[in-house]
Design a protein around this ligand. Structure first.
Ligand code: NAD
Ligand code: TYD
Length: 352
């Protein structure tokens, strides 16, 4: 038995692959294009482990995907592959349309062809699990209830619009062709192997480098944070027991304003890695121009997943954020590798 994971060299995908193989001997075929966000160093601990088969390639390459499906006959395909950074989608939306929409469409076509030819039992048991985001629901006012699965889609960035389009395509393959699909819509993740272009790892990296900690606008935008291994456990649970065609919101009930997150990170760094001059890292906080179309608040209502599949997160924000800072302090080599080269060009383009 095997599963095919796409985007398994990225932040969440690599955490998922590591977590999966720590709990199961079922082979993982890992298809990843290794864009700037993909990093095989995340999977270093699996070197020589024949339960992990890495293939560099594009989810949109139907010939390659058909070959992989025929060769390995996975019982499930989990689609993590995507362009995932809102700011990059604002500076250059083209790649987001290509991978998130066209790529997902091509992947669905390859999977549909494979699935149609399976025997009756395999066909019934097969699952296509699409990993998506709460950002498809748009933005909330301060007192609005959190997003449920019935919330209307109202994406506001090219990233969230492209993910929304992919969610709709996935849904249509169940209704039109009967493909057994599942979709998860998760809130903001954080934890090990998070690329330092996103808020939490960027702030840890800049703080340690003595650089400004950039806060967009007033810093009062709210995100609902979930430790990445909790997202992984939710995906495993949905894959095991989710009902075909259903969508499941995943979140940890951890709404925080950005400024509060940054102050928390600074306080933990002050404790674990105090600056030589005794100053607090929070003195590096710098207000910068706001992101265009910046969503004010996201909040996930994850009660369906708890009620129907018995899933709850294991980490609180306090435990998860401390683990995260500890991981970055212990893995400065990883940070140094991913922040060389093209990373510097990105920082220059985004913050200059
Ligand atoms: P990431 O940007 O860290 O990783 C994406 C991975 O996909 C990279 O390894 C990249 O090389 C690969 N990839 C990109 N284009 C590809 C293509 N055409 N073919 C094959 N591989 C390709 O992203 P992430 O944060 O790990 O997010 C994974 C998924 O989870 C995405 O679908 C994202 O929308 C979703 N999600 C992310 C968050 C979050 O907070 N990061 C929250 C909810 C949902
Ligand atoms: P980010 O990590 O990019 O995730 P998303 O946009 O998908 O929620 O950003 C999280 C929040 O932090 C978001 O409100 C934008 C804000 N932010 C900053 O204030 N400064 C930064 O340098 C970055 C990257 C993000």
């Amino acid at each position: 038995m095997s599963i095919l994971v796409t985007g398994g060299a990225g932040f969440i995908g690599s955490n998922f692959v590591l977590d999966w193989l720590a709990r199961s001997d079922e082979t993982v075929i890992n298809l990843d294009l290794l864009t700037y966000a993909g990093n095989l160093q995340n999977l270093e601990s699996l070197e020589g482990d024949n339960r992990h088969v890495f293939v560099r390639g594009d989810i949109g390459d139907q010939t390659l995907v058909a070959k992989l499906l025929e060769e390995h006959k996975p019982r499930a395909v989990l689609n993590f592959a995507a362009e995932s950074h809102v700011d990059r989608s604002i500076l250059g939306p083209g790649e987001f349309i290509q991978t998130n929409i066209v790529g997902t469409f091509n992947l669905l076509e390859s999977v549909r062809a494979y699935w149609s030819n399976l025997g009756a039992n395999e066909k019934d048991a097969f699952r296509f699990l699409h990993v998506s985001t709460d950002e498809v629901y748009g933005t909330l006012e301060p007192n609005d209830p959190a997003f449920t699965e019935d919330h209307r889609y109202a994406p506001n960035s090219p990233y969230s619009a492209s993910k929304a389009a992919s969610d709709h395509l996935v849904r249509s393959y169940l209704h039109t062709y009967g493909l057994p699909v599942l979709t998860t819509n998760c809130s903001n993740n954080y934890g090990p192997y998070h690329f330092p272009e996103k808020l939490i790892p960027l702030v840890i990296h800049n703080a340690l480098a003595g650089k400004p900690l950039p806060i967009y606008g007033d810093g009062q935008q709210v995100r609902d944070w979930l430790y990445v291994t909790d997202h992984c456990s939710a995906i495993r649970r949905v894959l095991e027991s989710g009902e075909c065609g259903e969508t499941y919101n995943v979140g940890g009930w951890n709404e925080k304003a950005n400024l509060e997150v940054v102050h928390t990170l600074c306080a933990i760094l002050d404790e674990l890695k105090p600056k030589a001059d005794g100053a607090s890292y929070s003195e590096q906080i710098t207000y910068v121009k706001d992101r265009p179309g910046h969503d004010r608040r996201y909040a996930i209502d994850a009660r369906k997943l708890e009620r129907e599949l018995g899933w709850t997160p294991s980490e609180t924000f306090e435990s998860g954020i401390r683990k995260t800072v500890e991981w970055y302090l212990a893995n400065q080599d990883w940070v140094a590798n991913v922040t060389s080269g093209h990373y510097r060009e990105w920082v220059e383009a985004q913050y200059s």
